[in-house]
Write a protein that binds this ligand. Structure first.
Ligand code: HEC
Ligand code: HEC
Ligand code: HEC
Length: 144
């Protein structure tokens, strides 16, 4: 009976209307590029393990051909402001901080790692705005 109730409560939780569940959890900024084949839930649960494992491969074993590059996360998951400029990915409410703020997790990665995409990967970024001035500024920036 207890197990049944737990399952019922879980299912009810999953069945929350989108508007309500949005107000319950952090609002994660949208990414560009292809989604992860493993799915969002897998990434939510496992991203820290993937990153830490692949960091060890690179830093300790010198292998740079890795799956979970922090540079790649930044390339696809950085948002742009209304002028088409990248917003640091660890700034308030940005991709690498919004959930961590929510669960009080702290990461030190960005003391060393860049918080905005490198110039050459910036082309990944599609301005998240419909403002044509911002779009023009963005195109000018990427063609420089
Ligand atoms: C090629 C682009 C790309 C790269 C590289 C990438 N992601 Fe993603 N990621 C996405 C897309 C697209 C989604 C789907 C969600 C969306 O549309 O915002 C996503 C979803 C996620 C989610 C789930 C978000 C949610 O709302 O549930 C997490 C967590 C995540 N990515 C972490 C990472 C991490 C950590 C890295 C680096 C190891 C990374 N991603 C690299 C494109 C990318
Ligand atoms: C959808 C929510 C979400 C997003 C987006 C997200 N994280 Fe996390 N992250 C968590 C949660 C929850 C934890 C704590 C539980 C865990 O370790 O998995 C965590 C933990 C971590 C940890 C381990 C911290 C520790 O002390 O063990 C690292 C490293 C990390 N995240 C890196 C990142 C990076 C880098 C990004 C951006 C590319 C990111 N996360 C985006 C939810 C998220
Ligand atoms: C004290 C500085 C420092 C800190 C803090 C740090 N790193 Fe790194 N990291 C490096 C250096 C140096 C390299 C190797 C050079 C490179 O490839 O960028 C590296 C490489 C990596 C790589 C492989 C290269 C790539 O493209 O991503 C990953 C993954 C990585 N780090 C993840 C993390 C994560 C996750 C954290 C936080 C939990 C973290 N690092 C914290 C300095 C640091």
């Amino acid at each position: 009976m207890k197990a049944f109730l737990t399952v019922l409560i879980l299912l009810m939780g999953l069945g929350f209307p989108p508007a309500l569940s949005q107000t319950l959890g952090p609002v994660v900024p949208k990414a560009t590029g292809n989604p992860h084949p493993e799915g969002n839930l897998f990434m939510r649960i496992n991203h820290s393990k993937l990153l830490l494992q692949d960091r060890n491969l690179t830093v300790r074993l010198g292998d740079r051909n890795i799956g979970a590059s922090l540079k790649a996360c930044v390339a696809c998951h950085t948002s742009t402001d209304k002028n088409g400029q990248p917003i640091p990915i660890n700034a308030d409410k940005q991709f690498c901080s919004v959930c961590h703020e929510y669960v009080s997790a702290k990461i030190d990665c960005f003391q060393c790692h860049a918080t905005v995409p490198e110039k050459k990967t910036e082309a990944f970024l599609i301005p998240k705005t419909s403002d044509s001035n911002a779009l023009a500024a963005y195109l000018k920036e990427t063609s420089e």
